[in-house]
Design a protein. Structure first.
Length: 123
């Protein structure tokens, strides 16, 4: 059995209530960090250029760009959203820590979107 097949079977059989609380906590932190970093970078010039190019390549689609409401093809959205999430981290504007630099955005600017909306995180 291939590693991809083993991983797929594991994920398929996974149930939220069987995931350890520590894993859920860390996953929520990473997702909040990524969204916060994307929102913080959304108005940066290189990202505006990437969104403009995306709009010419696929002006309509089923996937959304973080913080904009703009829709495009899923592959282009993955590219732009990935760029958004990692853009500010490339400047090393925060002290180097064991955690991802984007996690400091939440510490400096308050709770993340799930905390603010009272969401459980599993929906």
């Amino acid at each position: 059995m291939t590693l991809a097949r083993r991983f797929a079977e594991y994920v398929y059989g996974l149930r939220f209530d069987r995931i350890p609380d520590a894993v859920i906590h860390e996953a929520r932190r990473r997702i909040t960090d990524a969204v916060a970093a994307g929102l913080a970078a959304v108005r940066e010039e290189p990202l505006a250029m990437a969104r403009k190019a995306m709009g010419r390549l696929a002006p309509i689609g089923s996937a959304t760009i973080i913080g904009t409401g703009e829709r495009t093809a899923p592959d282009l959205a993955a590219f732009v959203n990935g760029y958004l999430v990692r853009y500010l981290a490339s400047f090393r504007f925060v002290p180097v820590r064991a955690e991802h630099p984007c996690s400091l955005f939440r510490e400096q600017h308050g709770a993340g979107p799930a905390d603010a909306g009272g969401g459980a995180g599993n929906d």
